[in-house]
Design a protein around this ligand. Sequence first.
Ligand code: HEM
Length: 309
Amino acid sequence: NPFAGNTPQDVTERQGENAIFIVYKLNQSPDSVEKVKDVCANFSALIRSMRNRFPDAQFSSTISFGADVWDRIFPGKGRPKELEVFKEIKGSKQIAVSTPGDILFHIRAKQMGLCYEFASIIDEKLKGAVEAIDETHGFRYMDGKAIIGFVDGTESPAVDENPYHFAVVGEEDPDFAGGSYVFVQKYIHDMDAWNALSVEEQEKVIGRRKFNDVELSDEEKPANAHNAVANIGDDLKIVRANMPFANTAKREYGTYFIGYASTFSTTRQMLESMFIGNPVGNTDRLLDFSTAITGTLFFAPSYDFLGEE
Ligand code: HEM
């Protein structure tokens, strides 16, 4: 295989029905590192067990690590070329903030109960080694829509477009072949402002039809539509698995953005196009209704790399 014989984690799966995103901070003590290494060494077995117990549940999970803890967990093994603490992107309207995070779990399954089951197994194993930074529960909404009512994920590379090519590191960084750069951002939407737009105006923000997901024609699509701004070329794609989340009583409505990429520079270029604009000033209209409250970069090593610990 093109990943020097390494098996990637489940970085090209579809969004799924339910997801739990957990971001942990790693504690300072050396035994914290030992606990994490133990989870790494057993990670594929833990997933295998879930799939064995619930064969029809479309269960998957990834584990990934931030730049601040990489050398503690994998000492002497070098570092993926583009793994760094995410540097914030300051646009004229909004900042793509950088927020802390050492370990990310992205857990997907048909039933939320199975996501919880796996999360609780992991959390038990990591007791004392980590502190919670964030946990977000995402759900599939209608026909795969973001909470703002538009189908999300359509142009994300799938089976026929070789998603591994876009999501997984290859020969360009041989020591880390089979790994993937994972970028997450938690967005909160201003639904009052969004709902005040007509459907036609909303369609111009996204660049697609609300009812049936059909793309607007080049004539209809404004230059600052989200899918115009985020499309930076056919060779520069990432695999997205965003999920809506909500707390209706608190009037909190959001999108948990997650993108897996073979090079982080691709994801970063998309973010710069959205927040700064290309040309400068052509910022993403979607950002007028969406605020990024987190932004963290992780690296999901191959199963082989995880197992070596
Ligand atoms: C396309 C939603 C953030 C990259 C889309 C589409 C929707 C959407 C509805 C059109 C359907 C599709 O092709 O998936 C959102 C929401 C976001 C968000 C609600 C959070 C506020 C981002 C971010 C990035 C991104 C942060 C990149 C870092 C893309 C790309 C496309 C896309 C590459 C496909 C463009 C094309 O047609 O080629 N997004 N998105 N999105 N989005 Fe986002």
